[in-house]
Design a protein around this ligand. Structure first.
Ligand code: ADE
Ligand code: ZN
Length: 347
């Protein structure tokens, strides 16, 4: 059991989140409203039904349900609603800065124009800043299963909208088995040339070879998940040397049966090895969790103290795509606030 003091410390210490999918973060209440707005039938009719419906056996089965959530999104107003919701949710959890994925392939398949998606994101992002004081940036994820040519097209569209919609980089997600990261090398080469930041989901459904592939072929700057790197000491050594951040999502990994429990999860072993690990929610309502729940679960399982929590939260600021000057001042503000909170809560 976590002490009330540590629980309060986790709630109040500033954190960033760098691994959260816009379409996977729609709260059941909003999902039901969006479905009603567009006359779409869902396999559940209330929030409790949604909770029960979100049961997964694998990543690929999860992705089918992710597509169902996407099917409720049609207009810029829909994307604005879910972006603003995500800002309110960040504010509630003590998250002043969030980098968020969106995956256009799921909308393109339904003939939703790119402009509807980024128009809504831009409007929601403004609400995030003005109403909630939350800074949100976006990462345009390439669905691994699309063609290399469509991957390049995603980068071109992301680049054209980078200022309007706060798009800072590109990522890679969806089905890992059977779709090696290197298929999208042309898209990543272009992104690098254009000065877009580069991340990729890897080492979730496939072992360390998939992380090597993303690091070497795509020259990524951060690994999303990356947890299965633990099975290759050489890879762990490289991640430590380069201080390549891993955006780890422990409760997601348990829900998708990557690991049977948090106790069996490598998060603590990666941290102890010196890897720059930070905690995230991935697709929060679908995995019945938020960022705080991930901190609670890891802290409780591994008996972490306030200093260990501070390190995890500090890592979350170190791993952002802020400019070096912005990052230095964010870290300075973080250190002051963390020390103040520690003194206030633990006396
Ligand atoms: N899309 C949404 N969540 C994902 C995950 N955990 N892995 C791969 N693709 C995703
Ligand atoms: Zn993810």
């Amino acid at each position: 059991m976590l002490s009330p003091e540590l629980t309060t410390f986790i709630q109040r210490i500033p954190k960033t989140e760098l691994h959260c999918h816009l379409e996977g973060a729609i709260q059941p209440k909003t999902l039901l409203e969006l479905a009603a707005r567009h006359g779409i039938a869902l396999p559940f009719s209330d929030e409790e039904g949604a909770r029960k419906f979100y049961e997964f056996t694998s990543l690929n089965q999860f992705l089918e349900i992710f597509a169902l959530a996407c099917s409720t999104l049609r207009t810029a107003a829909d994307f604005e609603t879910i972006t603003a919701d995500l800002a309110a949710d960040a504010h509630r959890q003590g998250i002043p800065y969030r980098e968020v994925f969106f995956t256009y392939a799921y909308h393109q398949r339904r003939s939703i124009p790119w402009e509807e998606v980024v128009g809504g994101i831009a409007a929601g992002r403004k609400i995030a800043r003005e109403k909630f004081g939350v800074e949100m940036w976006f990462i345009a994820d390439i669905d691994r299963t699309i063609s290399p040519q469509d991957g390049i097209r995603t980068v071109e569209m992301a680049n054209a909208s980078r200022d309007a919609a706060g798009i800072i980089g590109i990522g890679l997600d969806s089905q890992e088995i059977g779709y090696p990261a290197r298929r999208h090398k042309p898209a990543y080469d272009l992104a690098k040339q254009l000065g877009l930041r580069r991340v990729a989901h890897a080492g979730e459904d496939v072992g360390p070879g998939s992380v090597w592939d993303a690091l070497m072929a795509l020259d990524i700057e951060r690994v999303d998940h990356g947890v299965r790197s633990i099975d290759d000491p050489e890879l762990v050594k490289l991640l430590v040397e380069r201080q390549t951040p891993l955006t780890v999502c422990p409760l997601s990994n348990v829900e998708l049966k990557v690991y049977p429990s948090i106790a069996a999860h490598p998060v603590k072993r990666l941290l102890d090895a010196g890897v720059l690990v930070m905690l995230n929610s991935d697709d929060p309502p679908m995995f019945h969790c938020d960022v705080l729940d991930n901190y609670y679960a890891v802290a409780d399982t591994y008996q972490l103290d306030a200093d260990a929590i501070t390190q995890l939260a500090r890592n979350s600021f170190k791993a952002t795509f802020q400019s070096e000057t912005e990052k230095a001042s964010s870290l300075q503000r973080f250190d002051t606030e963390a020390a103040r909170l520690k003194a206030e809560i633990f006396h």
